[in-house]
Design a protein around this ligand. Sequence first.
Ligand code: GDP
Ligand code: MG
Length: 250
Amino acid sequence: MRALVVVPTYNEAENLPRLVQALLALGLPELRILVVDDRSPDGTGEVAEALAQEYPGRLAVLHRDGPRGLGPAYLEGFRLALRTDAEAIIQMDADLSHPPSAIPPMLERMADYHVVVGSRYAPGGRVDPRWGPGRYWLSRWGNVYARLILGLQVRDATAGFKCWRRDAMMRMPLERVRSTGYIFQVEMAYIAQRLGYRVCEIPIFFEDRRVGRSKMDWRIKLEAALRVWELRWRYRDLKPISFAHPETSP
Ligand SMILES: Nc1nc2c(ncn2[C@@H]2O[C@H](COP(=O)(O)OP(=O)(O)O)[C@@H](O)[C@H]2O)c(=O)[nH]1
Ligand SMILES: [Mg+2]
C-alpha cells in the first residue's frame, strides 16, 4: 500500500535522521516521507534536504514560512499528501516517541477502518515512565477533559500518531481547522467522529524524547483548554457521511 508519512519538525536535527532510518528499515517499498519544517533554527531543514538527497524518491521536504505551529504544518502536509498518489497518510512526531514498528499493523487495518490511532491509553498502551508525573497527568487529564466535553470515543484523544485512509482524509474539512498547537489532534479526532468515520486504536508504547526539547508551552495549553469548547460549537453542523463501498464505486 502506498503510504506517506507526514512528519512536522521544529528543532529536531538530531532526531530526524534516526526516525527516517527506522522508517526506511521497515521494508515497505511504497512508504515515503514528507518532512514539514518550520524553518527550524537548529538546521533541521538542511538535515532533511540532505536526507532527501541520500534517499531519492523516498523523502521530500516542505519548508514553511509564516506563523509556525503544529496545526498549520500538518494542514499543509496533508494537502500536499492528497496531491500525491498515497493511499494512506500517516502522521507522526519526529522525536521517536511514536514507534515506527506500529506502521505495518496500522496499514493492515486500512481495509476496515478510516483512521487507525497509535494509542497510549488503549488497553496494552503505555507511556514512558521517564515522562514524570507532571507531564503524565497533564496528558491523562487533558484526555479526560477533551473526551468528556466532546463526547469523544477514542481513548487517546490527543494522539499524534494516526494513519488515515486517503478517502477519509480527502473528506475532512481541512479549511475549517484552526488549531495551532497540540489540540489540533483533538480537533481532527472530533471531526472524524462527527463524520462517522470508523476509528480503531492500536496500543503503543510512547517513548519520551531522548534528544531535543518539547515545544509544549503555556500558550499551547491555554489554547487546548479553551478550544475544546469552541470545537463543540463550531462543528455542530457535521453529520455522518457515507463512503461508497470500494467494490461498488466506479
Ligand atoms: N513544523 C512544526 N513542527 C512542530 C511545531 N511544534 C512541534 N512540532 C513537531 O511536532 C512533534 C511533537 O512535538 P513535541 O514538542 O515533541 O510535543 P510533545 O511530545 O507533546 O512534547 C515534533 O515532531 C515536533 O518537532 C511547529 O511549530 N512546527
Ligand atoms: Mg514529543
